[in-house]
Ligand binder design. Sequence first.
Ligand code: A5P
Length: 224
Amino acid sequence: MNEKKIAAEAAVEFVEDGMIVGLGSGSTVAFFINALVSKIKSGLKITGVSTSQKTTDLAKSAGIELINLNEASEIDLTVDGADEVDKNLNGIKGGGGALLCEKIVAGYSKKNIWIVDSTKLVETLGKFPLPIEVMKFGSNQLFKILEKRGYNPKFRMNHNKYFLTDSNNYIIDLYLVRIDQPEKIDKELKSLPGILETGLFINIADVVVVGRGDKYEVLKKNLK
Ligand code: A5P
């Protein structure tokens, strides 16, 4: 069975009538949108807030009503994917390049649920390259600093051109291998001029729904 699909279909049960729902980005969220549409067809009423152009296109073509973040009174729940999740439910996101808007929407959501397949669970974050969204302006200077600090940066490319985010910025992926202190590196990176956001999502997910084989499990923060 497709574990992403299983997790996505399980997460739909967290959506209640009348909610404003943040819609993350990526292939797992695409399954979630499909599952949500089935519920909408059977009478569920929700309004979506998208985190990327791809999700906007998908949700619109599926007939989901969307408003933008500025128009939303509040976001009841955001459902998003992740690239890695550790046992504290901290994660790396941004494999698809949507991390900046994903983090903004998550930050203004009352509850955040991640949907992942079981391969995304890790002991320590960092095997997945850490994406950072950076301003084009001065990005070569920033790159040199990241290299000097041993963070193995690589500009993300798309068909021999710089990959551009929805906000027209660059992504630099950091090949760190392991991140023992996510908070520390997040703080350090954010202090560097030109870094708009990092793909480290710390203390954001309240619940992670993991597809495992043909079942799913629900992980919750210890303290919540
Ligand atoms: C998009 O930029 C990412 O943060 C995605 O949420 C993440 O890469 C998960 O993607 P998949 O669901 O495609 O694995």
